[in-house]
Design a protein around this ligand. Sequence first.
Ligand code: HEM
Ligand SMILES: *[C@@H]1O[C@H](CO)[C@@H](O)[C@H](O)[C@H]1NC(C)=O
Ligand SMILES: *[C@@H]1O[C@H](CO)[C@@H](O)[C@H](O)[C@H]1NC(C)=O
Length: 318
Amino acid sequence: MAMKRGATAALWLVAAVAGMLLHADAQTLVYKYYAQKCPAAESIVFDEVQKAWNADRSMPASLLRLHFHDCFVNGCDGSVLLEASDGQAEKNAQPNLSLRGYDVVDRVKARLEATCKQTVSCADILAYAARDSVRVMTGGYKYEVPGGRPDGTVSRASMTGDLPPPKQRNVDQLARYFTSKGLTVDDMVVLSGAHTLGVARCGTFGYRLTSDGDKGMDAAFRNALRKQCNYNSNNVAALDAGSEYGFDTSYYANVLANRTVLESDAALNSPRTLARVTQLRGNQALFTSSFAAAMVKMGGLRGGYAGKVRDNCRRVRT
Ligand code: HEM
Ligand SMILES: *[C@@H]1O[C@H](CO)[C@@H](O)[C@H](O)[C@H]1NC(C)=O
Ligand SMILES: *[C@@H]1O[C@H](CO)[C@@H](O)[C@H](O)[C@H]1NC(C)=O
């Protein structure tokens, strides 16, 4: 009898856990999610992104990347913002080294807590901030982003293996990082267009610049990068040479001209992706609308550790 009760309890536990997972899965994101709950939510995020942009033109790129890193590790659940007592959270992993923008998120969160306590998730803040980064960098292009992402409770450096590596020339290998999440090769090509903004540290791509380095890179471009890096792995170079502050299609032109800093960007100059790259290069309106759609899709990636809306994005609320 005791054993039977134990087995029943175990079954209940399995059912409860399955129910939770199903619930997290079934939860759909909603446009204007905070219209009633916190009407000022989206405008507060935009205001802070605009202020950050006023102070530092390179900040929107960093906010955009933060949302990507958040979504690719455990779904978009704000886990990239968490700190761990053992110093082994996602943000402490190798790919994080140049992640920034945490202070901008803190400022947004502080204002939101003052306006509507424990209501707007940190995961949603990242999704809106990424949208608003595009908005300020394009001088006004705005796409709608649904909300309602729960904040996650788990953030481990060991989970960041889901992030695609820059040292990858094979487009099929690279694509797996996207298709394994339900995104398509086309989404990859479009989302990589985020590299129209921002920089990479020389330490990330310096191996391509050596004499026996990457022969596929345009020679003049390689020489310019050598000078710019000057053997210092902390120097940076624009991902979209010549246009790092323009949210434009020149990134795709650089891909076709073999003038990309990252090998993973060079990988897009492959038969499988060439047609789409060429199409996007020639059409700014198509690029921005495709980018918006792909961002909404990426912003829908789900994690499995839903918790309470945090009051401080760096800590789980228990
Ligand atoms: C194909 C997959 C991708 C790879 C391998 C990749 C890799 C990288 C690397 C290595 C850097 C530079 C880090 C450093 O050295 O400091 C970087 C920067 C950046 N990435 Fe990606 N990335 C990918 C996709 C994406 C996506 C999907 C987004 C956003 C939608 C994105 C947004 C950015 C931005 C905006 C920067 C510049 C950040 C800044 O200036 O602070 N990346 N990426
Ligand atoms: C990223 O990780 C490194 C090394 O693990 C750590 O020293 C650094 O503080 C982290 N960066 C951020 C912004 O958390
Ligand atoms: C880019 O590199 C590829 C091979 O890696 C080469 O076939 C192509 O001609 C190069 N394109 C330009 C514009 O240099």
